[in-house]
Design a protein around this ligand. Structure first.
Ligand code: CDP
Length: 558
């Protein structure tokens, strides 16, 4: 078993290890990995034990970790293993409250939920049954927010939601400004859904129609550019909303015959049809190097194991409601991704803001994607293709409608001792506001500092108050280049890395584009336009000093 650092041990103890009714921890980290490996491998037909051992080896070596619900729930009474769900909301009280109930059940089982509120009639519209006036999508979102507040996921953390509204909805302005008030919608990330009609109107300056979803009537004609400005202004101030590019998402919808995708899971990395869910897992790239080279063989081997693990996990997972069970078993979506991208760059001596980093992103994700699809094809030969494969876009039988996703890995990266997802580091040493404060120290930095003879405790203490080490004289320039922080990397380089990954990812990429505190609203707009240009499926910005993100900000465990 790889060595777990102090942070990993604390996170596991506080949130993941099984407890008895009195709250006493009754398993070790090693037993957790064994429990998860055994429970997932139970889906295998032959060689259950051999497969369980291989899963255990990869988990305990911190080479591959599944999403939190799998680590928490596999092999326990609550056998729900997926992190990501999307539920439908129609324009009726029955639908809204049915989905609210299902949301509660999903949160209770450890999953996060996304919804499009676009079908709900706008504020002031008629309500025939009562002769009253409608209160609009934003007011119904509030009910979901309040319900979420009360339910801890799997008893261990609060739930997370993604709220989506079409840019053409008459209430779009109220939606865009919904999180402006401090503490409003703290359990929601928000995304405005855009499509070609919106971007054409931004470009041409032609009026853009706001349409009542109940009647199909145009109720207003507005300047799309002004809407985009408002989105940029609020994103500048609060980090929300982000944007979804629904046309791009639906161009890559693997099962268009089953319907149009309208929403994603809470962090945006998995666009899903209503009732679909997805189990994620991430390969730790920091463990996929050999000296200063990428170990392609080990990476491919780990991805093969990861896809098999997630396909098994789908079979042994329970789902909170029958509609979800049905939707999941039709398309069998899984998402293998990566964490520790910045760690890998450090190991191979590449600066995050360089063209070479983009080339590494491209090389790594191409290999991950090709290997994942090859594995899914083999699984189809062994176990049959996903049930609606013949109605899908694929010519060859494959076991899963999607195989790849880049998750934020907010918590599992802390267990793995890896940099989160594909993000640059926050700093080489800092205090993370989780579980009462955890000291995060970058092992690679400490190792290099010791080897190069500039390590001392006082230096680390000094670095702790910074968000960049670039102007610290005691650190050699070539080392500083390797440890660029999220604040050092220019926004356009964040977008370039995201795009390089997205080009090889079936689902989407979770990434925050950091902007300096003195960035302008126009800079946010520029990032949005670059994201659109480069074929991203969504984009989220965060300006340093803007309100801290609440749902999945500093404390992903809350
Ligand atoms: O690292 P971990 O597996 O805990 O999660 P992540 O990679 O940071 O987030 C993956 C997905 O888990 C999110 O997009 C959500 O769907 C879900 N999630 C959640 O429901 N609640 C949280 N507090 C964190 C994540």
């Amino acid at each position: 078993m790889a060595t777990l650092d102090e942070v990993a041990r604390t996170v596991l103890r506080e949130r993941y290890l099984r407890q008895d009714e009195a709250g006493t921890v009754i398993e070790t980290p090693d037993e957790l990995f064994r429990r998860v490996a055994d429970a997932v491998a139970a889906a295998e037909d032959d060689d259950v034990e051999g497969t369980a051992d291989r899963f255990y080896d990869a988990l305990s070596a911190l080479e591959f970790l599944p999403n939190s619900p799998t680590l928490m729930n596999a092999g326990t009474d609550l056998h729900q293993l997926a992190a990501c769900f999307v539920l439908p909301i129609e324009d009726s009280l029955v639908s809204i409250f049915e989905t609210l109930k299902r949301t509660a059940l999903i949160h209770q089982s450890g999953g996060g939920t996304g919804f499009s509120f676009s079908k709900i009639r706008p504020v002031g519209d008629v309500v025939a049954k009562t002769g009253g006036v409608a209160s609009g999508p934003v007011s119904f979102m509030r009910i979901f927010d309040v319900a979420t507040e009360q339910i801890k996921q799997g008893g261990r953390r609060r739930g997370a939601n993604m709220g989506v509204l079409d840019a053409s909805h008459p209430d779009v302005r109220a939606f865009v400004t919904a999180k402006h008030e401090a503490d409003a919608f703290r359990n929601f990330n928000l995304s405005v859904a855009t499509d070609a009609a919106f971007w054409d109107a931004v470009e041409s300056g032609e009026p853009y129609d706001l349409v009542n979803p109940r009647t199909g009537e145009t109720v207003d004609r507005v300047d799309a550019d002004a809407i985009l400005d408002l989105i940029a202004e609020l994103a500048w101030a609060t980090g929300d909303p982000g944007l979804l590019f629904l046309d791009e998402i639906n161009t890559h919808n693997p099962t268009p015959a089953l319907g149009r995708i309208e929403a994603t899971n809470p962090c945006g990395e998995v666009p899903l049809l209503p009732y679909e869910a997805c189990i994620l897992g991430s390969v730790n790239l920091g463990e996929m190097t050999d000296g200063d080279k990428i170990d392609r063989e080990k990476l491919a081997r780990t991805v093969r194991l990861g896809v098999r693990f997630l396909d098994d996990a789908l079979d042994v997972s329970t789902f909170p409601v029958a509609d979800i069970e049905r939707a999941v078993s039709r398309t069998r979506k899984v998402g293998v991704g990566v964490m520790g991208f910045h760690d890998m760059l450090v190991d191979i001596g590449v600066a995050y803001d360089s063209d070479e980093a983009v080339a590494v992103a491209d090389e790594v994700m191409q290999l991950v994607s090709e290997t994942a699809w090859e594995t899914s094809r083999r699984l189809a030969e062994e176990r049959g293709p996903f049930p609606v494969w013949s109605e899908s876009v694929f010519d060859d039988p494959v076991r899963n409608a999607t195989t790849t996703t880049i998750a934020p890995t907010g918590t599992i990266s802390m267990i793995a001792g890896a940099t989160a997802g594909i993000e640059p580091i926050y700093n080489v040493v800092y205090e993370k506001q989780v579980l009462g404060g955890l000291e995060m120290v970058n092992d690679r930095f400490v190792e290099i500092a010791k080897a190069r003879g500039f390590y001392d405790e006082d230096l680390l203490t000094d670095l702790k108050d910074r968000t960049s080490i670039q102007d610290v004289d005691a650190i050699p320039a070539d080392v500083k280049r390797l440890f660029q922080t999220a604040h050092d990397v220019p926004p356009e380089r964040h977008v370039a890395v995201q795009a390089a990954f997205q080009h090889h990812v079936d689902n989407a990429v979770s990434k925050t584009v950091n902007l300096p505190s003195d960035a302008s609203v126009d800079d946010v707009r520029t990032v949005f336009l670059a994201a659109r240009d480069q074929g991203l499926k969504g984009i989220t910005v965060f300006r340093s000093g803007a309100r801290p993100e609440q749902v999945l900000g500093d404390d992903p465990l809350k």
